[in-house]
Design a protein around this ligand. Sequence first.
Ligand code: SAH
Length: 350
Amino acid sequence: MNNLRNLELEDLKKLLESMGEKPFRAKQIYQWLHVKLVDGYDEMTNVSKGLRDKLAESYSANLPETVEILTSAIDGTKKFINRMQDGHIIESVWMKYQHGNSVCISSQVGCRMGCKFCASTLDGLARNLTSGEMLGQVYLMQKLTGERVDNIVIMGSGEPLDNYEEFTRFIRMISDENGLNISRRNITVSTCGLVPRIRNLADENYGITLALSLHAPNDETRKTLMPIANKYSLSEIMPAIEYYFEKTGRRVTFEYSVVEGVNDNKDEANQLVKLIQSMKNKGKLQCHVNLIPVNPIKERDWKRPDRSKIEAFQHVLERNGIAATIRREMGSDISGSCGQLRRDYLENNK
Ligand code: SAH
């Protein structure tokens, strides 16, 4: 059954009009769904029982169901396992930082991009999530923690730009002033580099931050980690990134998962400097690099380099004027994320 949370306000208005209702009803119902975050129709007390019953014939108003919450004893990070209406399981993460509460949400059940170090893609793509299911992840975390969400990263399972329609509707709805009204400046989307979609997103000019999963400074190494590198070369990706910056003025993030013996040498750091500087020096880019120590998954043999090696890599970038951070691991005592959580849950609940 379709979910009422998949409808933007304008579409909800049209639906209600077609049912012979007054337009103001749409705003009321939208507020129940997207501000008061109700789970179902029962709480919509200012909407007639007749209308609720009629809507319920074709649309559910339920949120996904949280079946497990893991809380880190180290830093308070919470990892949520949610069950969708059709039984699919996905994961989302809540992190507390000094600058506010950040959540990381999934955009698909599984993924078809095939990155070699990522657990989300091991069994391929099950299905896309709807915009309502993406919103639902944020709403559940806000409800269950009782705290407001400040920042959103779409960096959980799935490739958001491979689910473009639902993902962009999610962006419009989460930042809608009639809903949670989260500033688009506080939203980051991460992509493995679907070039035409990066350009589409630049044209939409939502003002969200783009993070590109680079993971290697040349096509050859990139292909060993990411099958998508066979489809789009860096000579296509980099101009698309420039285009995104040119259109939006937003500083771009390059994610670089550091894997021992694969992409962690000084030589690779220097290649990365060259790749980025060619754009920076022409004023075509403001960016920073986020180094992610690879999170080993049991199905594969990737190893995390020593901390000193990752720091040496970082220093090469910094010495050349490229801002670089090493991602701090959150909730390391409650299982990794990026699809590992979902896999663990499914294995333990067979
Ligand atoms: N499909 C999107 C979102 C993926 S998750 C993308 O490709 O960008 C966010 C980031 O975590 C990506 O950069 C992804 O490559 C990285 N990642 C996934 N699994 C990882 C692991 N086991 N160790 C380190 N980084 C990982």
